[in-house]
Design a protein around this ligand. Structure first.
Ligand code: BGC
Length: 768
């Protein structure tokens, strides 16, 4: 906030930045000794990553390694890394052991350096059959419970090591700020603090506490997609983003910074461009912000074929060779060039021609070798399935079920229609009612998740779980709409709405499971955020029967339902809760578990009014006086942070440790939260700030801290949330962090307290 008495304390000297990961001198010695012995070809080979299909035989019924290709890939080109599931489909842990063991054998024999294998284990063990699948990250965000992010990551790491794989391209920390984008569900919602806290927790879960020595139960992460990927101007995947310098530094960078401070060993770059500059070509973002400003010695890997995209799509390079030069000089350390080793030939030429300095090659190679040492791959290139008896344990299933329960959001519950009374006759309808594919979304056994139903016989769909919970005799099933499973994700078969309406006549309540089928990345693009016409028609027709309707939204992003929301007595957004989502939902609908999820994104009402909770205050203004009838209104279906429970909570006594503060202070807020209802329940307590006056138009609100608490009926707990005063700073017009003197309104529940910054500060360092 700005005041006339503004007194800045400018810090002029650049503080020495502590290394993000303090190095282990023993590892560094080994890296240097090995680097000295390596030829240029060997170094360049370590900088390449190919997909598993390149070393597989063509045309065989099952994937088989092609020994001749191993000779070429490892013997000749000294390739350092392989990724992806063979034929992009899950296999058993035993098959993983065989395949990766053979790769390691060949790599050690020909190069003397272990290969690093990487997989998108994105919401659990995506590519390992029988492994545990958790809710997608957007769900985890809805729990506002960072322990869940950590625990899901810990179990995923264990089961991934049981599959002989040491590296995952997870967690995804793009901000889901444009609901049209098809990758909304892969992230922890629209807010930077939620992504930062969840991301840091996931990093610890995957990697453990010591990034220099990753044990055999942990794996290295690759936080992705650095950065600004989640706000394409068109809403379509891999199209350009336009982001202000303030928003980039303050919001998009925050989760990556937090993940790196939590020890993240690798980062994957954003496929697209920001303000016209492709991120894979951006020296400032890759080298300065990540490696120099954070003093981070980890590795930056490209996304899929994205050096090629610099010339094929982005047109910033004339050919592949120039694209390699630009990306490597910008700071890329490893090229995921899935189908081609041409990188090895072209990069060697570039070094010989003096276009890429040897120091850059050495730096990149060091980063690859350091990662392999930190993972213990030189001593233990393989991890064996037999050493992982807790693979897909019952305990993991319990964690996944509880997680799913905690991530579903009750958005409406008129006349307490939920929980559903026992003995009622229920129509279960809608295209998402009997589909494991719809519960899981993309990155499930395959990239698009389109074959999920083949892998999940032992898991319950919503329908199956409801039949078990409420008794088969009480459930009538008539989908009304079905998806064309062989078509694009949005294709539906000819509707049979009349059948569903007829079935509704004999029941007491209708549970309509609507939303989206699974998709991932570009194939998930859309042109209209509204729910499909058929599904809207289904709910409209069912409403005419007069029977109460419970809408279950199972969808990767908030599809618009303003036309049917008034027709429903209850609405539950289950997002993509994973394999245990059917059981979790049945527990909640039966009242055996309580809702505690809150929206980690803004649920929009109209296509033309897409916004986020931290909109600028000038986005919401009243009508001006006079002829110029200007107004702007933020009108949403449900707000960020909204979510109901079967019980009620009352907030009181919001207090702060210091009402007047300066930049060096810490502020502790306490608030009493009481369970005033009749059921045990969990409440996510969110602390927001509003800067009341500032030199740049302030955000309406910003989430500054959160916690989750469980309360028995009648119980009160005092929640304490501590922030640094500098958390209230913003990036000013000159690109520098600033905390301005003046008032901030802080809010938790319906409680507010005003605090005053008495002495401002401007920082000269890029990070505070
Ligand atoms: C995706 C990444 C993924 C990579 C490797 C890309 O298409 O954007 O999220 O990690 O493929 O599978």
């Amino acid at each position: 906030m700005l005041a006339l008495s503004l007194t800045f304390v400018a810090c002029t000297q650049k503080a020495t930045v502590e290394p993000a990961i303090p190095q282990d001198p023993e590892i560094e010695k080994k890296v240097e000794a090995l680097l000295k012995r390596m030829t240029l070809e060997e170094k360049i080979g370590q900088m390449v990553e190919l997909t598993a299909d390149v070393i597989g035989k063509q045309g065989t019924a099952e994937y088989e390694i092609d020994e001749a290709m191993l000779d070429t890939v490892f013997g000749k080109y000294k390739v350092g890394s392989i990724l992806n599931a063979p034929r992009t489909m899950a296999i058993t842990p035993q098959r993983w052991e065989e395949i990766i063991s053979r790769i390691q054998e060949k790599s050690m024999e020909t190069i003397g350096i272990p290969c690093i294998y990487g997989l998108d284990q994105n919401h659990g063990t995506t590519y390992t059959m029988g492994g545990t699948l958790f809710p997608q990250n957007l769900n985890v965000a809805a729990s506002f419970n960072t322990d869940l992010a950590k625990e899901a990551a810990r179990i995923t790491a264990y089961e991934t090591r049981a599959s002989n794989c040491p590296w995952t391209y997870s967690p995804t920390l793009d901000l889901s700020r444009d609901p049209r984008w098809p990758r909304i569900w892969e992230n922890y919602g629209e807010d930077c603090l939620v992504n930062a806290k969840m991301g840091a927790a996931a990093v610890k879960g995957f990697q453990g506490e010591d990034p220099n020595h990753i044990g055999p139960k942990n794996i290295a992460v690759s936080v992705k997609h650095y950065m600004g990927y989640g706000v394409p101007r068109t809403g379509k995947d891999r199209t350009p983003a336009i982001i202000s310098p303030q928003e980039l530094r303050e919001k998009h960078f925050a989760p990556y910074k937090a993940a790196i401070e939590a020890g993240a060993l690798t980062v994957m770059a954003n496929s697209g461009s920001i303000n016209g500059m492709p991120v894979h070509a951006n020296y400032e973002l890759l080298t300065q912000w990540l490696k120099e400003d954070l003093n981070w010695d980890g590795l930056i890997v490209t996304d899929w074929a994205d050096i090629n995209n610099l010339y094929q799509r982005e047109k910033v390079a004339k050919d592949k060779k120039e694209a390699i030069k630009i990306a490597i000089n910008a700071g890329i350390d490893m090229s995921m060039d899935p189908y081609s080793w041409e990188f090895c030939i072209l990069l060697k030429q570039l070094v010989d021609e003096g276009e890429v300095p040897m120091s850059r090659i050495d730096d990149a190679t060091r980063r690859v070798l350091r990662l392999k040492y930190r993972l213990g791959l030189f001593d233990r290139p393989n991890t064996l399935y037999k050493d992982y008896p807790e693979f897909a344990s019952d305990e993991a299933a319990v964690v996944a079920t509880k997680a799913a329960e905690e991530t579903m959001i009750l958005l409406k519950n008129k006349a307490d229609i939920l929980p559903l009374a026992k003995g009622k006759k229920i129509l279960v309808t809608g295209p998402n009612a009997n589909s494991m594919r719809c519960l899981n979304g993309g990155w499930t056994y395959t990239w698009q998740g389109h074959l999920t139903n083949l892998f999940t016989a032992e898991h319950n769909t919503i329908l199956e779980a409801m039949q078990q919970k409420f008794g088969k005799g009480n459930i009538v099933y008539e989908p009304g709409i079905t998806y064309n499973e062989a078509g694009a994700y949005w294709e539906e078969n000819a509707p049979q709405i009349g059948k569903a309406v007829a079935a509704a006549r004999g029941v007491d309540v209708i549970v309509a499971c609507i939303g989206e089928n699974s998709y991932c990345e570009t194939p998930g693009n859309l042109t209209d955020l509204t729910l499909s016409r058929n599904q809207l028609d289904l709910v409209q027709a069912l409403a005419k029967t007069g029977k109460p309707i419970v809408l279950i939204l199972s969808e990767g992003r908030p599809r618009l339902i303003n036309e049917i929301e008034p027709l429903a007595q209850a609405v539950v957004d289950i997002i993509l809760p994973g394999n245990y989502g059917g059981n979790a939902l049945a527990n909640l609908l039966a009242g055996e578990a309580n809702f505690s999820g809150k929206l980690p994104f803004t649920y929009p009402k109209d296509n033309g009014s897409l916004t986020t909770y931290d909109y600028k205050v000038s986005e919401q203004v009243g009508t001006m006086a006079g002829a110029y009838d200007y107004n702007a209104v933020v009108d949403v279906q449900w707000a960020f942070g909204y979510g109901l429970s079967y019980t009620t909570f009352e907030y009181s006594n919001l207090k702060v440790s210091k009402n007047n503060f300066t930049a060096a202070d810490e502020l502790t807020f306490t608030v009493d939260v009481k369970n005033t209802g009749k059921r045990v329940g969990k409440e996510a307590v969110l602390l927001f700030s509003s800067d009341l006056l500032a030199s740049l138009t302030p955000d309406s609100r910003r989430l500054r801290a959160f916690d989750k608490v469980e309360l028995q009926p009648g119980e009160t707990k005092t929640i304490s949330l501590t922030i640094k005063a500098s958390d209230l700073a913003f990036v000013g017009n000159d690109g520098k962090w600033v905390l301005e003197p003046g008032d901030f309104r802080m809010q938790a529940g319906d409680q507010t307290v005003t605090i005053t910054c008495t002495d401002g500060k401007k920082w000269e360092t890029p990070n505070i």
